[in-house]
Design a protein around this ligand. Structure first.
Ligand code: NAD
Ligand code: DAU
Length: 359
């Protein structure tokens, strides 16, 4: 049975990945989820899998060398799927240090521990091992020519402390491939959306604020473009790269779905109005009047757009979910899971975990 060590599995994409893998492989795989449970990690996302015999949660920080080495010593890990990171650009502008510590140092700890566990005495590696480093399109910087796209060959040009830390981590992975022939792949994905996304990010923030009649803050002129992908399609791409990605290669993942932020916000408003029943008192709150233009994000990248040609041609990846369907599914998920939203916004779950793990 193949054992996956998933870092950051209690976060947005990590928890969706755990669900995706159990839906696809059931009892044929084992998953060890290693997460420090920062503000962004939430075990509630994984309630549906926590009783499985082939799922284990370990609360550990990827910066903690001893804790990570212990996990490798106690388990024959086949695949590392490395999601754990500080992920929010706005937070990185306010407090860059933790982004360097987690995203760069934490990745170095993971690489060293996996290399030590997997390497044979002659420098080759045990069969079937792979380190999948989950990264972002933000490492490529910002596009100005509307006909331009990010390719795997696009030079790195990160602007925010977040993207600089992810770019550094990518380069470390590349260095391990080039120097030690370390069995790794990197995936660089565009903006994800879907269930379990922390409401500091645009889509869940707009859903949550609109329902309670709070302002919808639009940075700058609202015309910055992001390339949105339903989270399950990202998970599918990661699984395909684990299965078929060529040694040391990187793969861009994105579904050619570029939208201006203002379009996204207006789509959420109209979807909410469409889905909410007339007798729901929150419906009256939902209005474009809530849209409020605010000061721009510092260093705000103008446009991201992924060319997914390589993963499509080499591995046959294509997205399954059209944006119109994905955004409806997403809005509906948040409406059906308002308790989840209230918990994460109130910080109750943080206090609960602190208590639980202090004991
Ligand atoms: P998230 O912030 O929702 O989740 C991050 C998870 O990592 C949380 O569970 C958190 O507790 C955990 N974590 C943070 N620091 C840790 C540490 N020091 N040790 C152990 N665990 C720690 O992030 P996300 O949006 O799910 O992103 C996951 C990964 O995917 C990140 O590497 C991010 O750069 C990348 N990515 C995200 C997107 C996106 O649109 N969200 C797109 C492309 C790539
Ligand atoms: O492109 C992939 C990246 O997408 C990931 O690597 C990051 O981890 C993820 O957070 C996301 O980064 P963004 O900065 O693009 O996502 P965010 O949801 O924070 O913002 C999306 C766009 O919306 C961006 O142009 C900023 C804008 N925005 C955001 C917020 C939170 C607003 O206009 N108002 C807001 O309140």
């Amino acid at each position: 049975m193949r054992t996956y060590l998933v870092t950051g599995g209690a976060g947005f994409i990590g928890s969706n990945f755990v669900h995706y893998m159990f839906r696809k492989y059931g009892d044929d795989i084992r998953i060890i989820n290693v997460d420090a449970l920062t503000y962004a990690g939430n075990l509630e996302n994984l309630k549906a899998v926590e009783a499985r015999d082939n799922y284990t949660f370990v609360k550990a920080d990827i910066r903690d060398k001893e804790a990570i080495e212990k996990i490798f010593a106690e388990n024959d890990v086949d695949v590392v799927v490395h999601f754990a990171a500080e992920s929010h650009v706005d937070r990185s502008i306010r407090n860059p240090e933790v982004f360097v510590e987690t995203n760069v140092i934490g990745t170095a700890v993971m690489l060293n521990a996996a290399k030590a566990a997997w390497e044979n005495e002659d420098g080759s590696y045990k069969a079937g091992k792979k380190f999948l480093h989950v990264s972002t399109d933000e490492v490529y910087g910002s596009l100005s020519d509307p006909k331009d796209y990010f390719y795997e060959t696009t030079p790195y040009d990160p602007h925010s402390p977040y993207s600089a830390s992810k770019a550094s981590a990518d380069l470390l992975v590349k260095a391990y491939v080039d120097t030690y022939h370390f069995p790794a792949n990197i995936t660089n994905c565009s903006n994800n959306y879907g269930p379990y996304q922390f409401p500091e990010k645009l889509i869940p923030l707009v859903i949550n604020n609109a329902l309670s009649g709070k302002k919808l803050p639009v940075y700058g002129d609202g015309k910055n473009v992001r390339d949105w992908l339903y989270v399950d399609d990202h998970c599918k791409g990661i699984d395909m790269v684990i299965e078929g990605g060529k040694q040391g290669e990187k793969y861009n993942i994105g579904g050619h779905n570029e939208r201006e932020n203002i379009q996204i916000i207006k789509t959420i408003i109209s979807t909410l109005k469409d889905i909410l029943p007339d007798d729901d008192p929150r419906k009256a709150n939902v209005s474009e009047d809530l849209i409020t233009f605010v000061e721009d994000r510092k260093g705000h990248d103008r446009r991201y757009a992924i060319a997914p040609d390589k993963i499509s041609k080499e591995l046959g990846w294509l997205p399954d979910t059209k944006f119109e369907d994905g955004i409806r599914l997403t809005v509906k998920w948040y409406l059906d899971n308002m308790d989840w939203m209230e918990n994460v916004t109130s910080g109750d779950y943080q206090a609960y975990y602190r208590k639980m793990y202090e004991a």
